[in-house]
Design a protein around this ligand. Structure first.
Ligand code: MRU
Length: 365
């Protein structure tokens, strides 16, 4: 990921090896602040209070959080308790449980004295794998953008860049590097293809306006932030060639759980003939969930603090110091994710390729 022109990963160890290094994403785009996570408590807080966001990054933070816990107490009981605490921080993204399961697979059979060091090796390997998965997602998504461009070239009056709509934050801030939905876009941009991204603001926490727009700008990708209600109109007008989102969990039947509002975009895309794609690594696929109905949807407090803000009852902004305004004094609710039925998904972009789940299941990988 490019930040100030320098390549970084969204999560790594600090040089002293004693703490985990992440951006405090609550402060973006106003303040780029790397923070130290030194304890299990801080790792749990970083996930639950959303210093870190996005399914893969949550998983990697949990993996490192377990390592931090083992440095304090690597006994069986303490390890299992730490893993349970981390798993309970957020319910929807399956990558959290997935990463902890991978860690425990390695650690359970080891003597306590060996666990912290082995855990660090495993957590680093998971991070390296996540970056490679995102890179592969970018590679496999690129042909979709190339095809959209070729289609436009053959359509009179359809000049201009490939316009891609995305919802929430599925770029490098949500993963270790590259991202999921944004990985093909970065790849297309780097290959010199003309792309433009419609960025849904993604109320109530504005991950699109605050995070996606920030990272696209850092990479130099043309983009425009739109209100969450604008996408349907843009699709009707032919101003969206492709929609690509990430996912927090995909059920065995292909139903997609992603940030609330995704479903409405998929409906509009289906009505207007815009291909709606979902980009995900295998760690986001949950074969144990038969359909989207079995996926737990996180209900966050309507008045929860972002910094000073309640995301539904208020909004953060900046005109001078970061400040919060109240938007309503009424009762509010805050479901954080929704389910897009598989029938609305044109294809899944994964590290194995892109297409239907059936095709991907039989691809060599
Ligand atoms: O609640 P958040 O900010 O963690 O939600 C993030 C999303 O829903 C992303 O779109 C999703 O995790 C895709 S991950 C690349």
């Amino acid at each position: 990921m490019k930040l100030g022109g320098v390549w970084h990963r969204s999560i790594s160890l600090w040089d002293d090896g004693r703490a985990v290094k992440v951006l405090d994403q609550r402060l973006l785009p106003w303040d780029v602040r790397w923070v130290r996570i030194e304890t299990l408590d801080e790792a749990c807080e970083a996930i639950a209070a959303m210093w870190v966001r996005g399914a893969p990054l949550i998983g990697m933070t949990a993996a490192w959080g377990l390592v931090l816990a083992l440095r304090d107490d690597a006994s069986d009981g303490a390890m299992e308790a730490a893993a349970s605490r981390l798993a309970a921080t957020r319910p929807t993204a399956v990558n959290l449980a997935w990463a902890l399961a991978r860690m425990l697979e390695t650690l359970r059979s080891l003597a306590p004295a060996d666990r912290a060091a082995a855990g660090a090796v495993r957590a680093q390997a998971l991070c390296d794998e996540d970056a490679a998965l995102s890179e592969a997602i970018g590679r496999h998504g690129l042909p979709l953008i190339e095809a959209a461009l070729a289609g436009k070239a053959g359509t009179p009056g359809a000049a201009g860049p490939v316009n891609i709509l995305t919802h929430c934050n599925a770029g490098w801030l949500a993963t270790v590097d590259w991202g999921t939905a944004l990985a093909p876009i970065y790849r297309a941009h780097d290959a010199g293809l003309p792309v433009h991204v419609w960025v849904d603001e993604t109320r109530p926490r504005n991950q699109g306006a605050l995070l996606t727009a920030f990272e696209l700008a850092q990479h130099g990708v043309p983009h425009t932030v739109i209100s969450d209600n604008a996408g349907g109109l843009l699709m009707q007008r032919g101003q969206v060639d492709l929609a690509i989102t990430g996912a927090d969990r995909v059920a065995a039947n292909g139903d997609v759980c992603n940030k609330v509002g995704t479903y409405l975009k998929a409906l509009a895309a289906a009505d207007t003939g815009v291909p709606f794609h979902v980009a995900l690594p295998y760690s986001t696929f949950d074969p144990a969930c038969p359909t989207g109905a079995a996926i737990p949807i996180e209900e966050r407090a309507a008045s929860e603090q972002q910094l000073a803000t309640g995301p539904v009852t208020g909004a953060d902004g900046r005109d001078g110091p970061l400040a919060t305004i109240r938007l309503t004094a009424s009762p509010a609710a805050n479901p954080a994710f929704d389910i897009t039925p598989a029938r609305l998904v044109a294809g899944y972009i994964t590290e194995r390729g892109s297409g239907s789940l059936e095709v991907l299941a039989h691809s060599p990988g």
